[in-house]
Design a protein around this ligand. Structure first.
Ligand SMILES: Nc1ncnc2c1ncn2[C@@H]1O[C@H](COP(=O)(O)OP(=O)(O)OP(=O)(O)O)[C@@H](O)[C@H]1O
Ligand SMILES: [Mg+2]
Length: 253
């Protein structure tokens, strides 16, 4: 039986030191955290605070210098590259700020692509890819290549590609950075639904406090350290109430 309250992401004394020439850069300084299954977590901090570094460690994209990372009960810190590739393929989805779409493929082909690694047949791949793209409001762009789409449309294709495999955990780096505020809020409400209804876990990096307020758990990071962990109380309401365009002081970056 799955223990739905068990933390699905655990970091213990996690450190990452990059070497730039002869100077060490401490990107993460002994970070410890636990994220329960079904949580929509936001990692918030200023530029250079270590958000992407933390996300990359938690998602098994980079190895920590010291400390432990446990995701879905697996010790990523002790995995080799092949084990990490297998782990990522089977357990996690990523939404990259830079989209990472394949330029020669259409939106449908990009979204269907990860399903090929799971042995899903072609017909079902296309059906699922279409459904994921429709969910992101891209039904009229199924056959467009990345260079035929706007930045926000490409970002939504990237989100659809993460959704299509139904991963238990999704790591998203500024997933709404190219979306207008209304589309961003719709997208964040979708992430919340996926967490509450399907017990998916989302870990989203953002530098935007307003966007972070949609999350169940807000992890603030500064200079490679966690400075606070808050759990905003949404009281079951549709959160947060959308202010008319241009009236929210928090909306500016
Ligand atoms: N590959 C690398 N080599 C050397 N230093 C790095 C590397 N990646 C990140 N850093 C440094 O680590 C620190 C944290 O970087 P990180 O990319 O995690 O910040 P961030 O919070 O994601 O910032 P942003 O909001 O600008 O994306 C920064 O000082 C950065 O210069
Ligand atoms: Mg970053």
């Amino acid at each position: 039986m799955v223990d739905t309250d068990a933390p699905v992401v655990v970091a213990r004394d996690l450190a990452k030191v990059y070497q730039v020439g002869s100077a060490p850069v401490v990107a993460l300084n002994r970070v410890s955290l636990e994220i329960p299954r079904g949580t929509f977590a936001a990692v918030v901090g200023t530029s250079g605070s270590g958000k992407s570094t933390l996300l990359n460690m938690l998602g098994g994209l980079e190895k920590p210098t010291a400390g432990e990372v446990w995701v879905a009960g697996q010790p990523l810190h002790s995995f080799g590259e092949d084990e990490l590739v297998k782990f990522r393929r089977e357990n996690v989805g990523f939404v990259f700020q830079s989209f990472n779409l394949i330029a020669s493929m259409t939106a449908m082909e990009n979204v269907a692509w990860p399903l090929a690694f799971q042995g899903v047949g072609k017909q079902e791949r296309l059906v699922r890819a279409r459904a994921a793209l429709m969910r992101m409001g891209l039904e009229s762009h199924l056959d467009h290549r990345p260079n035929q789409m706007s930045g926000g449309q490409q970002q939504r294709v990237g989100i659809a590609r993460a959704l299509v495999v139904n991963p238990s955990i999704v790591f998203a780096d500024e997933p709404t950075g190219n979306l207008d505020s209304r589309t961003a809020e719709t997208t964040l409400n979708l992430f919340r639904q996926l967490c509450t209804r399907y017990h998916q876990t989302w870990v989203m990096v953002t530098h935007d406090n307003h966007l972070a307020s949609f999350a169940d758990m807000v992890i603030r990071i500064s200079d490679g350290r966690i400075v606070s962990v808050e759990r905003p109380n949404h009281d079951g309401a549709a959160v947060p109430a959308a202010a008319p365009m241009g009236t929210s002081p928090d909306r500016s970056r």
